[in-house]
Design a protein around this ligand. Structure first.
Ligand code: MG
Length: 394
């Protein structure tokens, strides 16, 4: 657009100069001024060499949970996190790594990774493909650490060109799906209370995988009639028992099931998916782009999370590939500040289901970004990932 605008400007400048030349020639006939003197044409100016460098900064920032958060096998009140900033040409891009314990990373491992990152070797943040290939090659794993750099770079690039990423991707912000609001495993009384408090949300997510799954669903269903998404977190052990439960869940108004059995047991999951009346989504079975073809036929859909897949660039490729394979797509999250949630929300108009409540589960958010409006993580028009820090770290 800039180039076209510039071209048009040059054209008008030259046209005006041409008109000026005619006047000049007419006058020249009477004044003996030198003909064809192009004094009104501005000389082309060389583009100044910016000689700018990207500066990477990072610091640990633990997230405090509003409630004790329980899934199969663990409960916690905090989540380790690392905040990242990349500065270039007067703009700052923000990124984040969030490390729930099962992800295999910690604040220490992320900080160690980030110390190895040298962005100064690149000319500008617009070299996203090359920079992120370099980041990916630093280690084999560390997907959250890689995501923190990816998110900050995307934020930075969006800010430098003044456009939010959902627009760069050509997505309609009005198509953001309702986000799920997760009710963690708890006593039936507490689950009823949490469900009742979840006013303003149109889809409830319930963590299953214990022996009392029916009780959990009944507790939620006793106080609301909203669609329920059931996440077993690999907790079911027998495929026939799981399938019976899924048929019962459908009668209770459950609309999808996530990760019914172990990621090591794809044969049984494929057996369930083939017979299930509800779509079955991969979460723990899925990390990155290259996993998706292996999941075709095993699951009906995939749950993409930035912390698992190294960030926004790969996430977008995953959406595209899953659609090509005729699979459903959900975008999910960890417990994260509004930074990573707003980054994930940028691609949410392209997915079937959004599970982006991670920033609502923490008490110490340091960003303002997407906002819940009518149960949706609603995108704003701010460039990049659409976030503003609300508390500067001293
Ligand atoms: Mg899950």
């Amino acid at each position: 657009m800039t180039r076209n605008t510039t071209s048009r400007r040059n054209f008008f400048a030259q046209t005006a100069a041409g008109a000026g030349l005619l006047v000049s020639q007419t006058v020249a006939g009477r004044s003996n001024a030198a003909p064809f003197q192009r004094t009104n044409v501005p000389a082309p100016q060389p583009v100044p060499s910016p000689n700018k460098k990207m500066q990477l900064r990072f610091y640990p920032y633990d997230l405090t949970m509003r409630h004790v958060f329980s899934v199969v096998g663990s409960s916690r009140t905090t989540t380790q996190g690392v905040q990242v900033e990349i500065e270039y040409d007067g703009k700052i891009g923000y990124g984040e790594a969030s490390m729930p314990p099962y992800l295999g990373e910690s604040a220490a491992s992320v900080l160690e990774f980030l110390k190895r990152v040298n962005l100064e070797q690149f000319k500008s943040p617009f070299e996203l493909e090359d920079i992120l290939a370099y980041i990916d090659d630093i280690t084999e794993h560390n997907t959250a650490a890689k995501a923190s750099v990816d998110i900050a770079l995307h934020d930075l690039v969006g800010k430098l060109i003044g456009v939010p990423w959902h627009r760069i991707w050509g997505l309609d912000a009005a198509k953001v799906p309702h986000t799920m609001f997760t009710i963690g495993i708890d006593t039936p009384e507490i689950m009823r209370q949490k469900t009742t408090e979840a006013t303003g949300f149109h889809v409830i997510k319930v963590k299953l995988g214990h022996d009392n799954d029916r009780e959990m669903i009944q507790a939620v269903r006793s106080v609301c009639d909203k669609p329920i998404c059931a996440d077993a977190n690999q907790g079911w052990k027998d495929k026939s028992v799981a399938l019976d439960l899924i048929f019962w869940l459908k009668e209770q108004g459950v609309v999808l099931v996530e990760q019914p059995m172990s990621k090591k047991n794809h044969d049984d999951i494929a057996w369930i998916t083939e017979r299930s009346p509800l779509p079955i989504f991969a979460d723990e079975s899925l990390q990155r782009l290259t996993d998706i073809p292996k999941l075709k036929g095993v699951f009906s859909g995939i749950n993409i999370k930035l912390m698992k897949c190294t960030g926004m660039r790969e996430a977008w490729k995953m959406v595209t590939l899953a659609r090509t394979l005729n699979m459903k797509v959900m975008v999910g999250c960890m417990t994260e500040t509004s930074c990573a949630i707003s980054a994930a929300a940028q691609l949410s108009p392209a997915v079937d289901w959004a599970d982006l409540d991670g920033n609502l589960l923490i008490a110490n958010d340091i960003f303002r970004g997407v906002q819940i409006v009518d149960g949706r993580q609603t995108l704003n028009d701010l460039p990049g990932i659409g976030v503003v820090p609300i508390e500067k770290r001293s």
